[in-house]
Design a protein around this ligand. Sequence first.
Ligand SMILES: [Ca+2]
Ligand SMILES: [Ca+2]
Ligand SMILES: [Ca+2]
Length: 448
Amino acid sequence: MNTFMKSVSMLAVAAMAGMSITSCTADKNLYDPEQAEKNVKAEYAANFVKKFGTISPTQIWDYTNPSEAILPGTQTATKATRVAKPTITPSTDWYRVDKKTLGWMKNTLKESQNNSGLGNPFKMSMPNNTFTIVPIYVGQAGMTWDLHMVTVGADKTTEDVLIWRKGQSMRQKINGQWTNLDAGSHTMDADEVEAIQYTVSGVPQGTEFYFYLVITYGVDNWAKTGKKQTSIEHMMLALNVPTDKYPTNITEGSKVMIIGCEDANLSRSDWDYNDVVFMVYGKPDIPTPERIEDYDEVKECRYMIEDLGATDDFDFNDIVIDVNETRHVHFEYDAEGKLIPEKTVIGDWTQKATLKHLGGTLPYQVKIGNTTLPWTEPALGKDMDLTTEIKGWNPDTHNISATVQGKNGGYVEIPFPKQGEVPMIIAMKTTKQWKSERNSITPEWFNE
Ligand SMILES: [Ca+2]
Ligand SMILES: [Ca+2]
Ligand SMILES: [Ca+2]
């Protein structure tokens, strides 16, 4: 947390946390339990700042990014080894895009023509060798994107890595002049294109994965910033390049495919799948695309809550609760294996909360969205798996709060912290392990 805090007075902190420090020595005849609980909250905020420093006004407490996953198949609860995280190694020199391959691509993914019938929604599996991916073409688009790769384990854990960002690591020659591409550039008029290549390694053979583009700069009424366009949802095409169109400037014996991407999932999109095009090659093999019949769209996070039973331990394990929403999508294919888009079935969202751990000392009640869970007795160091259906959770706004019955007889409201506030709830990935009892979180822990 060194990066998000700098030191300031405790009074300023309490103000930031939306609290007031009230004198406990005021001559009150009547004992006010609610005021006593407010004092506990202020004490907590002061202790937090004493330990970690003042919170940066831009600090947010959502560490779930990317909180969404698209999982091929139907979710299972099997336990397996965590899936491998791919290693992406950029080349140290430029790759010159082969004109023969590029010409074939342009002829196949015709501009402004609906090319969606050329392929199916797909995932891939890792060959028994590394493969290389290189951008070869950027079409006209007002938006910018990053290309990511996600490996998916047998237990549906995922690892997500960034491969490429639009406007970086590409250059083009027009009228004899080389220029580096920026985020607004396209290569439609280029005489030559060069790009940095990315080699993917560190993933065992057979590991499932998929690609997606995430919109990093969106356009109104088109695609929002943060939206993901995945191969599983048919936002990409994987096409094998005919051997006579293989580039001559790659290792002999390699196989070659292209991945064409559509950047907006709208009926009025042109579906030409050439908004950005990548070439993939590997020796002796390239990843094998496999069509998707079912997938689950999942948004999830783990809330770690301080109950203020102790105002100085910051173990964030007093209440640990996982929340997710999922919906199922099913694709139908004809006898030739072609997608029948009008037969796609998109299920309703369902939401669940699962209590994972208790490590606090105060009775509490959690409210998520429209659902108020029952009052629960505290427990110290107790793991569990108690699932309840909920409604109205918003994974973007984190509309969760807790009420605890304080030691002073009053009730304390624990909201999800606003930007720049002292946190009593933090949102983490569901793979994040909570701390042991009275073992404080550390700045490093957030990045472990
Ligand atoms: Ca397009
Ligand atoms: Ca605690
Ligand atoms: Ca605790």
